[in-house]
Design a binder for this molecule. Structure first.
Ligand SMILES: [Zn+2]
Length: 67
């Protein structure tokens, strides 16, 4: 299926806590992060990361997953 994005951590596969909106999920309370990027075909994709993986991602300079 061609969903706009999978709402789970792209690094560890953890599912986010159930929230009413994405905005709630990325708030300080939950600490998840949504990153938007464009793939080679020019399609805009979304990556969710849990707080731990986001910390690792940033510590690595935001280049953990180069594709
Ligand atoms: Zn994770």
């Amino acid at each position: 299926m061609d969903k706009p994005y999978d709402k789970k951590c792209i690094d560890c596969g953890e599912l986010p806590p159930p929230t009413e909106t994405n905005f709630t999920l990325i708030s300080d309370r939950h600490g998840w992060r949504l990153r938007r990027y464009r793939n080679d075909a020019g399609k805009v994709l979304f990556e969710w990361r849990c707080p731990e993986c986001w910390t690792r991602f940033r510590a690595a300079g935001g280049a953990v997953r180069q594709q």
